[in-house]
Design a protein around this ligand. Structure first.
Ligand SMILES: Nc1ncnc2c1ncn2[C@@H]1O[C@H](COP(=O)(O)OP(=O)(O)OP(=O)(O)O)[C@@H](O)[C@H]1O
Ligand SMILES: [Mg+2]
Length: 186
């Protein structure tokens, strides 16, 4: 199925001069970049991007709480309170420097891009993924230092989120329709 997805090179990726490598790896999969710009997002965009979502709080809260247990660190916060704290750190981080935003299109663009990006925690991400290859951060380090996991890229996780995120970061007139020259072979 033809899909569109939103990719962000987050501030850590920009500061580490990995923009080109990220774009290059996306292009290598056969997908096409149909929109791209550098943005220094304000808090408003950041807060819409990292939506106030009960499902996300549930999943992230559980993972974060588990990590506290694994490290033997006591907390009197609930899973949801921890997840809300993570969201606040994410909002601050994503608006703390420039990001490169892209719309990427192609066959199964969402899952192909997520596969290329790799697992959320770089320490566990597969070696040939962007996160596995270019970073090594962990839940442990992030929670200990009270900052978000630094994992270079964001990629939309499903069609609904992709549509919402593309609309947030791009105007319709900033997205271009074209075909790659090698389209038949990828
Ligand atoms: N417990 C946590 N502690 C610190 N940072 C976290 C934690 N959970 C998630 N993050 C950060 O929040 C981002 C969004 O979390 P999410 O669960 O959506 O992961 P993802 O879908 O793999 O990543 P992304 O949405 O950035 O592509 C992660 O990429 C990571 O930077
Ligand atoms: Mg996500």
């Amino acid at each position: 199925m033809m899909q569109r997805t939103l990719v962000l090179v987050k501030p850590d990726g920009v500061y580490r001069a990995l923009i080109g490598k990220v774009i290059s790896q996306i292009e290598d999969t056969g997908l096409r970049v149909i929109a791209m710009k550098m943005v220094w997002a304000d808090r408003k965009i950041a807060a819409v991007h990292y939506a106030d979502d009960p499902e996300w709080y549930k999943a992230t809260g559980a993972k974060t709480l588990q990590n506290y247990k694994d490290r033997g660190v006591k907390t009197n916060k609930t899973a949801e309170q921890l997840a809300r704290g993570v969201r606040e750190m994410l909002i601050k981080f994503i608006s703390s420097g420039p990001v490169v935003a892209m719309v990427v299109e192609g066959e199964s663009a969402i899952s192909v891009t997520r596969k290329l990006v790799g697992a959320t925690e770089p320490r566990k991400a597969e070696p040939y993924t962007i996160r596995g290859r270019y970073c090594s951060d962990s839940y442990e380090a992030a929670n200990e230092l009270q900052r978000p996991i630094l994992n270079i890229v964001h990629a939309s996780e499903d069609t609904k989120t992709a549509d919402r995120e593309i609309e947030l970061w791009f105007k319709k007139t900033e997205i271009f329709d074209y075909k790659r020259a090698d389209e038949k072979f990828v």
